[in-house]
Design a protein around this ligand. Structure first.
Ligand code: FAD
Length: 391
């Protein structure tokens, strides 16, 4: 009998190198052993265990695509697979590696000086230090150019003033990538800086009442005339292009990650309906239920196939900005639909913590919003298609 490849109809696994297969397998084992057993408890307590960072470092998933400073020198495809496995457990855990890799290690590596790279990258890649990325402000979300945080050059460095809000890891971070505007008479320019938690005037607080992505610490950063030394400036930043280079790297990981959450919910629903007897037969024997399972299979596999093509293009050095917006928008929406259907197929039990689907569903509401809300990606795609910006 021919093998039934319902789980991987496009033979995605056959496109992975031995290294990529091994990385995925190792990470899956790590997630099952280290993250899954207490995910419900950590979510209930809004708690993140910072001792996980050195373990992520040992696993080689922080700044994993870097070839220097202790990076694992993996492909971008392997980074996508890691995000997929982490988000099967919880979007918070995928966020913790995405932020450290794409939003902290990446800008230091791309825009930093040799001194900055030598000082920060080994610590961040090993997980001995935790980083965060401060772009969003209370009044500047989808439109970060309206930010109020400014910097001005003084004799012994720069003074940064303002505040950031909704920043992943802010309450636990040692290293802060902060984006600020220089306001001159006729222009504003954006620059990135590396700050440290003990800089005078830098304070953080935690958002305690979050109902989504509860394991991931999120907070505010207050920058009260923080005097930073000259060598805090990320010298090679090149305007907004540099900001978007970080965001696009993170969005690539998210596009893979959300399909991990969706796969988990699909598998939970499948097992449940195969075992749940209603009207004297398994729920899985009903056509309406099979239709839902098939839709999950279709959307997840179409999403994964597109992620695979995008990863290969990225590894070949191609420009992927349109693919990134397509995947961020579509995969988040499809993953939300799948988790919601899964919740429905479990009936009342779908509301229970131990079935995980409700936690995934609520987490994905965050993932849909951050890194460019869903509609913002439509606007990016519309602008690129028509040449007309509607922002
Ligand atoms: C848990 C969590 C963690 C986060 N972590 C980070 C982080 O580490 N670093 C960081 O810098 N930020 C972070 N963010 C912030 C996130 O990136 C912003 O929330 C996001 O950019 C949206 O901004 P906003 O919440 O202000 O929504 P708004 O920009 O106010 O948008 C609200 C709604 O209006 C829509 N909208 C906006 N403009 C338009 C328009 N022109 N046309 C049509 N519709 C429009 C949006 O699509 C959205 O639906 C995080 C957010 C969350 C929830």
């Amino acid at each position: 009998m021919k093998q039934n490849n319902w789980f991987d109809p496009f033979y995605i696994q056959s496109h992975l190198s031995e290294d990529e297969l091994r990385i995925q397998e190792n990470v899956r084992e790590f997630c099952e052993k280290e993250l899954k057993p207490n995910v419900i408890e950590m979510n209930r307590k809004n708690q993140f265990n910072i001792d996980l960072y050195p373990k992520f470092g040992d696993l080689g998933v922080l700044g994993q695509t870097l070839k220097t400073h202790g990076g694992s020198s993996t492909s971008n495809l392997a980074y996508g697979l890691v995000a997929y496995e982490f988000e099967k457990i919880d979007s918070s855990y995928r966020s913790s590696i995405s932020v450290q890799s794409s939003l902290v290690i990446h800008p230091i590596n791309e825009f930093g000086t040799e001194n900055q790279k030598n000082k920060y990258l080994p610590e961040l890649i090993s997980g001995r230090k935790i980083g965060c990325f401060g772009l969003t402000e209370s009044e500047a979300g989808s439109d970060p150019s309206s930010m109020k945080t400014t910097f001005k050059e003084v004799n012994d460095g720069y003074i940064i003033s303002g505040s950031k809000n909704w920043i992943t890891n802010a309450p636990i971070a040692d290293v802060f990538i902060i984006w600020a505007l220089e306001e001159k008479k006729d222009y504003k320019s954006i620059k990135g800086f590396i700050l440290e938690k003990n800089f005078k005037g830098l304070k953080t607080s935690q958002i305690e009442n979050k109902t989504s992505l509860k394991i991931s610490p999120t907070g505010q950063i207050i920058l009260d005339n923080v005097l930073v030394p000259k060598d805090s400036l990320l010298e090679n930043t090149n305007g907004w292009k540099s900001v978007f280079s970080c965001l696009n790297k993170a969005r690539f990981g998210i596009s893979w990650g959300v399909l991990g959450a969706a796969t988990e919910c699909w598998m939970i629903a499948k097992e449940y309906v195969e075992n749940r007897i209603m009207f004297k037969k398994p729920l899985a024997s009903n056509q309406l239920i099979q239709k839902k399972l098939s839709e999950m299979q279709i959307e997840i596999n179409l999403g994964l196939a597109s992620c695979l093509l995008t990863a290969k293009a990225l590894d070949d050095g191609k420009e992927i900005i349109n693919a990134i917006s397509i995947l961020k928008k579509n995969n988040c929406q499809k993953a939300l639909d799948i988790c919601r259907d899964s919740r429905d197929m479990l009936g009342a039990n779908g509301l229970l913590e131990e079935y995980h689907v409700m936690r995934h569903l609520v987490n994905l509401e965050t993932v849909k919003t951050y890194e460019g809300a869903e509609d913002i990606h439509s606007l990016i795609l519309g602008k690129n298609q028509t040449g007309i910006s509607s922002f």
